[in-house]
Design a protein around this ligand. Structure first.
Ligand code: PPE
Length: 304
């Protein structure tokens, strides 16, 4: 990863290399941490963070679900994000807020341990490759199932949940694919290892509903809204694995992945085997919005 100068840690900016924790930090042992992934884009009016307050609200919601008490207010962390971007003089970056149960007592009961908060920013290009954004990527349906909400809460962006995602991602790459799609315990499509999923069939856009055990993505929400504003019908309903195979288009959404077309799943070519027209239209609109070229969506931008 590309290092920058400063990381915000527990209320102050510390040099990148000094942003460290003790090896007996609770979260390292038990995954007791929550995080966010946010992007800041270059616009004509300077750097702008996409849906910063919505991401921070989800950060606090994730913490609440996991009984992690963040010792700052939402407003303080929103300001801390902007301060960190300014301090590092970045025009575009990825932003990673993290709240973790720190060093104190060992063992599962952790309510007495301090909670540490960090905000790191760094330049991060296309998550699934520049070529992937244009040509589409190849995915496999993972042999790992998506975590069920009766085991751990998928709607919390909790570090512990990501072992599931990491296993699926490693498997997909070891099999020569670029990304994994996970089914849930009911056998319906849930999401990608780090993205939500959409499919297009006969001009209608479909995406799994909240009960499909995925993270409620902010990019997913943005795409549903902008697609509806563009006149498309978007339906939230359960999707079967084989429906993906015969879809006209499939695409993934996420802060890191942005809007990435899928051109192949499990060796089946999706549609024409390249970025489909509806995916392209949505992707173009998304990039116009985040880069500040759409005044109607300025309310989604937080200028640094
Ligand atoms: N599902 C999962 C499991 C997920 O991790 C993400 C984001 C999404 C859906 C999309 O959510 P949103 O970013 O709000 O649209 N994944 C983050 C972490 C990726 C990583 O490799 O780390 C991200 O995109 O920042």
């Amino acid at each position: 990863m590309q290092e920058v100068e400063w990381i915000w840690m527990d209320g102050r900016l510390v040099p990148w290399k000094e942003a460290k924790v003790h090896v007996l930090t609770h979260a390292l042992h038990y995954g007791t941490a929550v995080f966010e992934g946010i992007r800041c884009y270059k616009t004509e009016r300077g750097p702008a963070v996409f849906r910063l307050v919505d991401h921070m609200k989800r950060f606090f919601d994730s913490a609440k679900i996991c009984a992690i008490k963040i010792p700052y207010s939402l407003e303080e962390l929103v300001e801390a994000v902007k301060e960190t971007i300014r301090a590092n003089k970045l025009e575009e970056c990825y932003i990673r807020p993290l709240a973790y149960v720190g060093y104190g007592e060992m063992g599962l009961y952790s309510l007495g341990n301090p909670v540490g908060v960090a905000i790191a920013v760094w330049p991060w290009g296309a998550y699934l490759g520049e070529e992937g954004l244009v040509k589409g990527i190849r995915c496999m349906v993972s042999s790992w199932r998506k975590l069920h909400s009766q085991f751990v809460p998928p709607q919390a962006k909790a570090s512990a949940n990501y072992l599931n995602a990491v296993l699926a991602k490693l498997e997909a790459l070891s099999m020569g694919y670029e990304e994994a799609i996970l089914l849930n315990l009911d056998g319906y499509v849930s999401e990608g290892s780090g993205e939500n999923i959409f499919m297009v069939k006969d001009g209608v856009i479909y995406t799994p509903p909240p009960e499909a055990c995925m993270l409620m993505g902010i990019t997913r929400d943005s795409v549903i809204k902008l697609a509806r504003n563009m006149g498309y019908t978007v339906v939230e309903r359960n999707i079967l694995r084989e429906e993906l195979y015969i879809a006209d288009e499939v695409f993934l959404t996420g802060t890191a992945a942005e809007v990435t077309p899928v051109r192949e799943i499990d060796g089946r070519v999706i549609g024409e085997g390249r970025r489909g027209p509806i995916t392209e239209a949505i992707q173009k609109k998304f990039f116009d919005i985040v880069h500040g070229r759409e005044e109607a969506y300025y309310h989604w931008l937080d200028f640094v």
